[in-house]
Design a protein around this ligand. Structure first.
Ligand code: NAP
Ligand code: ZN
Length: 351
């Protein structure tokens, strides 16, 4: 069958309506009618081939929520009518050490299969994401959503922005008594502030947008720093246990390594088109500081994050758009003008 979708035919072309194939559900598949899909900066990086390697036509979207409309006969965990989500992955080898540890995003067998731009036997030979009416996904990569139904659109961004920040915050033991920095208040950053606050940490937000200062406090930041104000930044030298950097553009990392205590870690989740300048080694060795990276999160941890957010009443702050507004949304995201995640109303695909 084919379904309506929105995608691009080349890196320098705008997104446009298209019909895409979806397979009939196999024995372990769940077929989902997509209600909403969040707009991640990775969608923009991929559509414009900023990281290289984009396969066209490209249909992005990996913050998917909707309702189950069919299940294969071996599916045990989902039934028709369930409210579910699909995040950044739709497959992995399920056998390597990472997959066995529930860290499918680090699969060393086949590598994880992305929800878009990943390898598949389905036409057209690469996966197509959530800017579409329907998706068919192996049940091992489908998540239960337990938030109230009226919050569904605002839950969508948890599937990428939520887990990409929750996972490193957990891994580096963020909680009461820890001073935690979040750099960049966009889709990922605003979720990091909410989640780190709910984990009980002292949260400091770093922004280049003075206009986000008051919002950051409402999101749960205890302090807000303009990262372009060096005096304000340097007054926090040697005080942070952990800093999560979500910035989508190349920048000076020394500003932030300098703020870490002995043994503190700066973890990068933003993946800019152009590399960051190499960090100062002196800054690292004199306090045994670390610079690390982190990629989304495993499926079990994504479910844990969704349940944690449901329990703490956490959703994203969203601006709903019609699919026809996607190019304008990308341009605004490029200018850091999003408060704080665009979410597509997928019913507009049939408009
Ligand atoms: P976003 O909504 O565009 O937010 C990025 C924020 O970075 C902006 O709102 C802005 O915050 C700040 N920023 C942008 N340009 C800047 C510049 N030139 N200098 C300093 N700060 C700047 O993007 P997102 O969806 O949160 O994604 C952020 C990055 O994470 C992207 O590169 C994305 O591809 C990547 N990502 C990685 C993973 C992973 O698994 N590691 C998963 C998802 C996304 P302020 O206005 O507050 O300064
Ligand atoms: Zn994403």
């Amino acid at each position: 069958m084919t379904v309506p979708a929105y995608g691009a035919h080349a890196a320098d072309k705008p997104l446009e309506p298209m019909q895409i194939p979806r397979r009939e559900p196999g024995p372990s598949d769940v077929q989902i009618e997509i209600a909403y899909c969040g707009v991640c900066h990775s969608d923009l990086h991929t559509v414009r081939s900023e990281w290289g390697g984009t396969l066209f036509p490209c249909v992005p979207g990996h913050e998917i929520v909707g309702q189950v409309s069919a299940v294969g006969d071996q599916v045990t965990r989902f039934k028709v009518g369930d409210t579910v989500g699909v995040g950044c992955m739709v497959g992995s080898c399920q056998q390597c050490a990472s997959c066995r540890d529930g860290e499918e995003q680090y699969c060393t067998g086949t590598g994880f299969i992305g929800t878009y731009n990943g390898a598949t036997e389905d036409a057209p030979g690469h996966t197509l994401g959530g800017y579409s009416q329907r998706i068919v996904t192996d049940e091992n990569f489908v998540l239960h959503i337990r938030h109230p139904q009226d919050q569904l659109a605002a839950v969508a961004p948890l599937l990428c922005a939520g887990i990409t920040t929750y996972s490193p915050l957990r891994h580096w033991n963020v909680g009461p008594g820890k001073k935690v920095g979040v750099v960049g208040i966009g889709g990922l950053g605003h979720m990091a502030i909410k989640i780190a606050h709910a984990m009980g940490a002292h949260v400091v937000a770093f922004t280049t947008s003075e206009s986000k200062r008051e919002d950051a406090k409402k999101l749960g930041a205890d302090e807000v720093i303009n990262s372009r104000n060096s005096e304000e930044v340097e007054s926090h030298a040697d005080t942070f246990d952990f800093i999560l950097d979500t910035v989508a553009a190349s920048h000076d990392l020394d500003t932030f390594t300098n703020l870490l205590k002995r043994d503190g870690t700066l973890t990068l989740v933003g993946v800019p088109e152009h590399p960051h300048p190499s960090p100062s080694v002196f800054n690292l060795i004199f306090r045994r500081r670390a610079v690390a990276g982190s990629l989304i999160g495993g499926i079990a941890e994504t479910q844990e994050m969704l349940d944690f957010c449901a329990e703490h009443g956490i959703v994203a702050d969203i601006e709903m758009i019609r699919i026809q507004e996607i190019d304008e949304a990308y341009d605004r995201m490029q200018r850091s003008d999003v408060k704080y995640r665009f979410v597509i109303d997928n019913s507009t695909l049939s408009a």
